[in-house]
Design a protein around this ligand. Sequence first.
Ligand SMILES: C[S@@+](CC[C@H](N)C(=O)[O-])C[C@H]1O[C@@H](n2cnc3c(N)ncnc32)[C@H](O)[C@@H]1O
Length: 305
Amino acid sequence: MLSERELESCYLGQFIPVHYHHNMLTDTNRMHSFRAAIAHVVRPGMKVLELGGGTGALSFFAAQRADKVYCVDFNPDMVREARRFLALNRCADKVEVIHADAFEYLPPEPVDVVICEMLHVAMLREKQVDVIEHFKRRYLQKFGGQLPVFLPEAVLMAAQPMQHEYDFDGFYAPIVQFQQPGTAQPGTLELSQPAVYSVIDFTQPNDSSYSWEGKFVIDRDGTVNAIRFITKTILSVVQERATTIDWLNHFMSLPLEQPVDAKAGDVLQVAFAYRAGGSIPSLQARLTARLLYQAALQPQVVAYA
Ligand SMILES: C[S@@+](CC[C@H](N)C(=O)[O-])C[C@H]1O[C@@H](n2cnc3c(N)ncnc32)[C@H](O)[C@@H]1O
């Protein structure tokens, strides 16, 4: 019998089924970026902790350089699979796979780097923010001194007014959708530039609730029928080259209950509120858009030379 916490966890994606991990392994954007960032941050002799290790892929990357990797997962199926895969990759000796809740686990010794990929678009569903905040408090209580380096280091989150077609062979269904950045997206129009609504820096204390009200100038005529959520993860800052190693997560578009017809030059106000780790419907329920300013209704301004 599952406890209430475990039931909520199932619903909110903490028990990601094994077959979904295949999608994560084949997401080359994600894998290449993490591999590059881990190769940059982890140095020979280091000790690494991975919270939410899944198949063990990121722990495997870390084990290419580290002396020791603690790989923690809450899902017993993934613990079994990670042990099996890591043995096949001949690094089972360096990586210790531990069945534990990341909200409770602390390594037996201080670590240099903490890797955590519990990242969903807009920081919904998965528990990255809360897990890292809990971890920092408990780690300092146990070991004092300095915190480890976190990978990822930071997250930028933005919103963007969109027009989506929602026509599926003649069937109209305004539905939540995910899109791979950088791919052709027929039926999708960006009606304004994105605006950043939050920056998370994992080295600092972070609040897990977001409440935002922002204005967008509409670039082209259309119907704003969805808000796209964009999440860019800064996996690592490469100081010597003044650059960062990033991972741009899939875009997530949430349909608006009340679409808004807008013309170029109009000003749209968008408001929403939600908690990190909350459900997608919890954000949808508090997502609104309305026109603040209609360019066509304003008196003409005549410029005299
Ligand atoms: C998005 S997957 C990432 C898996 C792997 N790190 C990778 O990048 O391929 C997140 C993992 O975190 C695990 N997880 C979620 N909540 C957890 C918790 N409270 N404690 C430990 N692991 C957790 C899930 O079981 C899942 O394997």
